[in-house]
Write a protein that binds this ligand. Sequence first.
Ligand SMILES: Nc1ncnc2c1ncn2[C@@H]1O[C@H](COP(=O)(O)OP(=O)(O)O)[C@@H](O)[C@H]1O
Ligand SMILES: [Mg+2]
Length: 507
Amino acid sequence: MLARVFSCAVIGLEGVVVEVEVDTMGGLPKMTIVGLPDTAVQESRERVESAIKNSGFTFPRKRVTVNLAPATVRKAGPVYDLPIAVGILIATAQLPSLALEDALVIGELSLDGSVRHVRGVLPMAALARAEGFGQIFVPEMDAPEAALIPDLEVIPVPSLAALYDHLTGGMQLSSDIGPAPEGITSAIPITDFQEIKGQEQTKRALEVAAAGSHNLLMIGPPGSGKTLLARATPGILPSMTIDEALDVTRIYSISDQLPSEVPLIQQRPFRAPHHTISHAGLVGGGNWPTPGEISLAHRGVLFLDEFVEFGSRVLEVMRQPLEDKQVTISRAQGSLTFPANFQLIAAMNPCPCGYAGDPVKECTCSNQVITRYQKRISGPMLDRIDIHIEVPRVDYDKLSDDRLGEPSSRIKTRVEAAREQQRKRFDDSNLSCNADMGPAELRQYCPLDQPGRSLLRNAMSQLHLSARAYHRVLKLARTIADLAGEENIDPAHLAEALQYRPKTQTM
Ligand SMILES: Nc1ncnc2c1ncn2[C@@H]1O[C@H](COP(=O)(O)OP(=O)(O)O)[C@@H](O)[C@H]1O
Ligand SMILES: [Mg+2]
């Protein structure tokens, strides 16, 4: 008898329905899986056979053929164990055939028949709803993740035997997942801005950057607090909308980086990869591509400390995603696109010894060495960074001052207010913040008055701004005006935005 169970594959970030067909025929006992399965799917044969036997069912002493359709979609991972096992039970009349017409079934089996965690449950549940399925059977521990999708009955499955009982009218599995646990606060304690002495200008720049999701580069001597300041930024980032949170959670779900106790990622990601990271680790890759750090930082911050050390090849592959806000990875089997709309925060020393331009400690590098060092970051890369800020060392008086600065929570309130204006502005477009604006939106939302125009015209010629830099100044000025709660961009807003351009030609 032929059995059919619906399951799911994830290609990039999107789910695709997979039909698991199981047929049993006379002949030597043997199980074959066809339909572009990878090795983990091939290994299903062993797991499914043991799981069926150890759950108290009979494994057919016949030829079993499993077809995963459509054959054009590559099937990866052990997701199909459970649907294959269920298909075999239906094909051998141990389960009624009508039981699963309206459901997607996913799950890995262990040899004793219990159902184990699989990655990518969120996009699978989203697919189930989009395709009009009423139910999804998922591993018990992945149920809270699937339950993020509304209007879908999520049934947590602890084991094959429990699923059998449920389908045959025995003990029912409860689809009551309970309220989603609160999002955890970050595991690493975040420094509050109030603990960071001085550095008012840098803090202001970080606030502007957070408000509009602008890229920022800090340049300063060692020990001036660059790393400290960058690591404090999660405390001032605006909260995410539910759609943004689902977007981010999807990426973590397919990368298998979703902590099991938090089904929904509610805090903007903050990723700080080390400078030894590979090209594939940064932008994504692998034989069957998985998202890289730039996608894991989607809707959040990518912090590249010791920017120069990343090496030009690795940085250059980031140039296109910085512009497109997504990354396309091409493979022989086709290409995949992952979102990568992140805010870059980079930090570097001004020269190899670190003290070029420092008023106290003398720099030991020759001009030539300094120039070569700074040239390691290409012009096009620097052009994509809206805010360049020098971070000077803090003097003793400021450091030893016990008075606290402004707390992160107050800065965050301003950032939220500015972001709220942007949400209203982009309400019926798919943009979410000022940094996302293209030329059309710039024309619409960043008109300048006469004094503003002439200020910008002078600056263009004096600072040798590129067309890209011109647009970036406008976006930045828009954010500065939003922070000030102003509808119009004033010359003062433009002037602050221009102040964040690099000071010299090389930088
Ligand atoms: N403005 C500051 N206020 C308080 N502590 C600071 C400040 N700047 C630096 N520090 C102290 O110096 C340490 C080193 O700073 P760090 O951020 O690593 O410097 P950088 O990355 O610029 O080399 C910090 O961990 C902190 O203890
Ligand atoms: Mg540092």
